[in-house]
Design a protein around this ligand. Structure first.
Ligand SMILES: Cc1cc2nc3c(=O)[nH]c(=O)nc-3n(C[C@H](O)[C@H](O)[C@H](O)COP(=O)(O)OP(=O)(O)OC[C@H]3O[C@@H](n4cnc5c(N)ncnc54)[C@H](O)[C@@H]3O)c2cc1C
Length: 434
């Protein structure tokens, strides 16, 4: 154990933890991270000088002002990318005119709901499932919206109307608030070099002590005596002391680490359910690529879905000059089918799907990555918005951040980290500890 007592120990070096550390950069802070990499669900990897792959968060829409301005402050290289696939009213093939007319009608109904500002926790938004709101529709239209809901890793039978509305309209950052939303003039952005650079830059600027490969097992103590954070590192047990703690992990891990929470907190944390995602980015070399192309070494399941994102998004933009990585993911339902398959099988399935769509790129595939996210998306199931105040409320000197306490994306995670940091700062000031 170090003799030092930190002002704050932050558990988790994802966006929420990194944002909190940056906000508290004038204090004595440690960040403890289980993985070897920083960024949590924004994990990315670089391939040579110009190529990278994102395994989690793919891009930042222009309304995500908090994460974008935090990134700008620490010189994160945001760049635009080819986002035409995100624009307009994309309807995949296989739908007839009547299907498309009904899909558009439902979208008009959604837009009307979107423009009717209400408290997110109001029962008509938080307690009604999308399926109940939708009512009977043509089978193809149901299938279309079921696919749409899979983006939130939640079937329409479970997804609340509130969660549905977060996916539609132009206001995904502050749904149901009349605060003006600013849109970044640069448009939708990615990070040149990989989205994980945001957490890396924030943590570097924070000057916090960062412990990677260190898994927190327990936190005990009180706001008066301080807290003991016990963890397991590759080199053996680690123990840190802190006046205050911010926990930013997904909720099942919070419940594992904090054994003596009051019932109201346990109930709120237990109410969050997660959807899984497997991220399987495809990295393609430039037109002059002359390395050995990736070739599958295993069989795959001919009937399984290996890419639900249809390889629609890629970055950077000039495929022939630079090469690119293509976003490729399977969301909750499909990922459960593939979850226990080995990586070679998954790569073979993605390879088959990719070369069927882009046969001309087959000899330029450099790499197909695999990362399983067991806690990919905190689902917007019924009652989540009513639970939000309890999810955010601190317990003694322990504060809670992470995307499940705000909107479930990088901007929500960043906001949650800033909120928890300011909560902790106020508590330390009140106790005359800083
Ligand atoms: C495949 C995928 C695609 C996505 N696409 C987008 C997108 O395009 N745009 C967008 O804005 N958002 C997207 N998201 C959501 C976004 O990535 C998350 O909302 C956000 O990154 C969550 O940040 P967080 O800090 O709350 O949690 P996390 O990133 O999960 O951070 C928690 C950290 O805690 C660490 N940890 C866990 N247990 C312990 C322990 N016991 N001890 C120490 N450390 C521990 C974890 O390793 C992790 O680093 C996507 C997510 C996924 C999975």
């Amino acid at each position: 154990m170090t003799d030092e007592t930190y002002d704050v120990v932050i558990i988790g070096a994802g966006v929420a933890g990194a944002a909190a550390a940056y906000e508290l950069r004038d204090l004595n802070v440690a960040v403890v991270e289980r993985e070897s990499f920083l960024g949590g669900r924004t994990y990315s990897e670089q391939f040579g000088e110009v190529l990278w792959a994102n395994y989690g968060a793919g891009y930042f829409s222009s309304d995500k002002g908090t994460i974008l301005s935090l990134g700008d402050k620490v010189d994160v290289p945001f760049i635009p990318f080819d986002d035409t696939a995100l624009a307009g009213d994309f309807v995949p093939e296989g739908y007839d005119k009547q299907d498309i007319a009904e899909i558009r009608q439902v979208k008009r109904r959604l837009a009307k709901e979107q423009s009717n500002l209400r408290d997110p926790a109001s029962p008509e938004l938080d307690q009604v499932t999308f399926e109940a709101w939708l009512g009977p529709v043509r089978p193809n239209v149901r299938q279309y919206f079921q696919y749409w809901c899979s983006i939130m890793s939640c079937p329409m039978e479970e997804l609340s109307l509130y969660g549905t509305l977060l996916m539609s309209g132009s206001n995904r950052t502050t749904a149901f608030s009349d605060e003006p939303v600013t849109y970044d003039p640069r448009g939708n952005l990615v990070v040149k070099g990989g989205n994980g650079l945001i957490a890396q830059h924030l943590l570097q600027a924070s000057k916090a002590d960062v412990f990677t490969n260190t898994q927190v097992q327990s936190v005990t103590g009180t706001p008066i005596d301080g807290y003991l954070i016990e963890a397991e590192a590759e080199t053996g047990p680690v123990a840190l002391r802190a006046q205050r703690v911010i926990v930013t992990t997904p909720t099942p891990i919070v419940l594992d680490i904090l054994k003596d929470l009051p019932d109201w907190k346990t109930a709120a944390l237990s109410s969050i359910e997660y959807g899984r995602i497997i991220g399987m980015p495809v990295v393609v070399g430039s037109a002059t690529f002359n390395g050995t192309p990736f070739r599958p070494t295993a069989d795959y399941r001919p009937d399984a879905v290996y890419c639900e994102t249809e390889f629609m998004l890629r970055s950077p933009t000039d495929l022939d000059k630079d090469g690119a990585y293509f976003v490729s993911q399977v969301h909750d339902q499909s990922s459960r089918v593939l979850w226990d398959d080995d990586d070679a099988t998954l790569r073979a399935g993605v390879h088959a799907a990719f070369t069927a769509k882009f046969p001309e790129l087959s000899d330029r595939i450099m790499h197909i990555g695999v990362h399983r996210w067991p806690y990919a998306v905190a689902k917007y199931t019924r009652g989540r918005m009513a639970a939000t105040p309890d999810l955010c409320r601190p317990v003694g000197g322990i504060s809670f951040a992470g995307d499940y306490t705000d909107v479930t994306h990088t901007d929500g995670a960043a906001k949650s980290g800033l909120r928890a940091a300011n909560e902790v700062r106020a508590a330390l000031k009140e106790a005359s500890m800083i």
